[in-house]
Design a protein around this ligand. Structure first.
Ligand code: TYC
Length: 100
């Protein structure tokens, strides 16, 4: 069919990108500020300055976005961070939620 000019049905290529997830830091009244910054540096590879900013945003606003990543990465990082807090007996919480 060298000269087949008939139109083929147009099927849209469905290449949906995987949904991204936010890791959110939640404020609490007990975890020391320095501990929060330590976790942000250790788990999320943040600088002292970035960690301070993210910690202070959660402290003042109640919550702060820490990172955006694929679901499995976001969940693994959030779990690592919560595990560090648990080991030190602090109620510090990180949660994940899909981006709009
Ligand atoms: N609010 C805590 C305090 O005053 C510090 C803190 C900040 C805790 C951010 C959690 O996500 C947090 N010690």
């Amino acid at each position: 069919m060298a000269n087949d000019t008939t139109l083929k049905p147009t099927t849209k290529p469905k290449l949906e990108r995987p949904k991204l997830y936010k890791v959110m830091l939640l404020n609490d009244d007990y975890t020391p500020r320095e501990f929060v910054i330590m976790v942000l540096k250790a788990v999320f590879r943040m600088s002292e300055e970035a960690g301070y900013r993210v910690m202070m945003t959660a402290h003042k606003m109640g919550t702060s976005v820490v990172m955006v990543a694929a679901k499995d990465i976001a969940e693994t990082k959030a779990q690592e961070a919560v595990d560090l807090a648990k080991a030190a007996d602090f109620p510090l919480m990180f949660i994940t939620e899909p981006e709009e």
